[in-house]
Ligand binder design. Structure first.
Ligand SMILES: Nc1ncnc2c1ncn2[C@@H]1O[C@H](COP(=O)(O)OP(=O)(O)OP(=O)(O)O)[C@@H](O)[C@H]1O
Length: 254
C-alpha cells in the first residue's frame, strides 16, 4: 500500500457526544499518505460525525486528530488549507453557473488572474464540465452536480480529500466516472478518505473501516476483510449482524 508507514491522517481514541447520544465512541484510524481509505457501515453509525471532526467542522469531545502532523483542534486554518471537504449536502449555488460556482471557491482561496484561468481549465476539463460552464448549477444532473462539487473542493489543490457519501443517489455511469476521477487524483499523490454506502466502491479502496453504533469495528484491506465471504458486502453485513447479536444478548442477560 502507498506510504503505509507514513499516515497523513491520524485519529486517536476520538469520541463525539451530543448530550446523551454518543455519535462516535473512541474511534482510531490512520490513513496512509497517497492511499484511498473507505468508511462503510450502517445509517446513523457515526460516519458523518467522524468525517466532520476530521475536516475541522466540529470539535471532538475527546481524543486527538492530526492531519499532516497538525492537530485539527489547534491548527484549524493550516489544516483547512491542506484538505478539500465535500459534505453530503455540498453548498453549490444553484442560481449561479458552473463557472461562477468555481470562481466563488477560487475567490475564497485568493486564486485569481492567470492562475484562476489555468485551474478553471484544469478542473472543469478534468470533470468534463467545460461544455456546461454557463449552465446554472441547479440545472445540472445529480452526477454533474457532484462532479462540480469535487472540482470546487479541488481548486485549492489540497493534499487530502475528505468526501461524505459523494455518490449517493448518483446513477451507475456517473458513479464510475466519479471514481475514475478519484483514481486520477490518487495517482497524482492525493490521499482520499471517503464514506460510501456502496460496497463495490469499498472494494476499490486500499483500506476499509466498518463503522456501526458509533464504533469502528474493524479496519483492513477489502481483500482481507472479505476473506471467506463471496463479497465485501456479505462480509460487512456479517460483522454488523454479529455485533447486533452480541448487544442483544448483553441486554437480555442484564
Ligand atoms: N447535531 C447533532 N445533534 C444530536 N445528535 C446528532 C447530531 N449529529 C448526529 N447526531 C446523531 O449521532 C449519530 C450518528 O450520526 P451520523 O450522521 O454521524 O451517522 P452516519 O453514519 O453519517 O449516518 P448517515 O450516513 O445516515 O448520515 C446518530 O444517532 C445521529 O442522530
Amino acid at each position: 500500500m502507498p506510504g503505509s508507514d507514513n499516515p497523513i491522517i491520524r485519529v486517536e481514541k476520538v469520541s463525539l457526544r451530543f448530550g446523551a447520544v454518543t455519535a462516535v465512541s473512541e474511534a482510531s484510524l490512520s490513513v496512509a499518505a497517497g492511499s484511498m481509505f473507505g468508511l462503510v457501515g450502517s445509517d446513523g453509525a457515526g460516519k458523518t460525525s467522524l468525517l466532520r471532526m476530521i475536516a475541522t467542522m466540529i470539535q471532538p469531545s475527546a481524543g486527538t486528530i492530526t492531519i499532516d502532523g497538525l492537530d485539527v483542534s489547534t491548527h484549524r486554518r493550516q489544516v483547512r488549507d491542506r484538505i478539500g471537504y465535500m459534505p453530503q449536502r455540498f453548498g453549490l449555488y444553484q442560481d449561479l453557473t458552473v463557472d461562477e460556482n468555481l470562481k466563488f471557491f477560487m475567490d475564497i482561496y485568493g486564486i485569481r488572474g492567470t492562475e484562476a484561468k489555468l485551474r478553471r481549465e484544469r478542473y472543469l476539463g478534468f470533470s468534463h464540465l467545460l461544455p456546461f460552464a454557463h449552465r446554472p448549477a441547479g440545472q445540472l444532473s445529480g452526477g454533474m452536480k457532484q462532479k462540480l462539487g469535487l472540482a470546487s473542493v479541488l481548486v485549492h489543490e489540497p493534499k487530502v480529500l475528505i468526501l461524505d457519501e459523494p455518490t449517493n443517489g448518483v446513477d451507475p455511469v456517473s458513479r464510475r466516472e466519479f471514481w475514475d476521477m478519484l483514481r486520477v487524483m490518487q495517482n497524482d499523490g492525493m490521499t482520499i478518505l471517503t464514506s460510501t454506502a456502496y460496497l463495490d466502491e469499498g472494494e476499490q479502496c486500499d483500506q476499509v473501516a466498518i463503522m456501526h453504533q458509533a464504533l469502528i469495528l474493524e479496519t483492513a484491506s477489502p481483500q482481507a476483510m472479505r476473506y471467506g465471504f463471496p463479497s465485501l458486502e456479505e462480509a460487512v453485513i456479517s460483522r454488523i449482524q454479529e455485533v447486533d447479536e452480541e448487544l442483544r444478548n448483553d441486554s437480555f442477560q442484564r
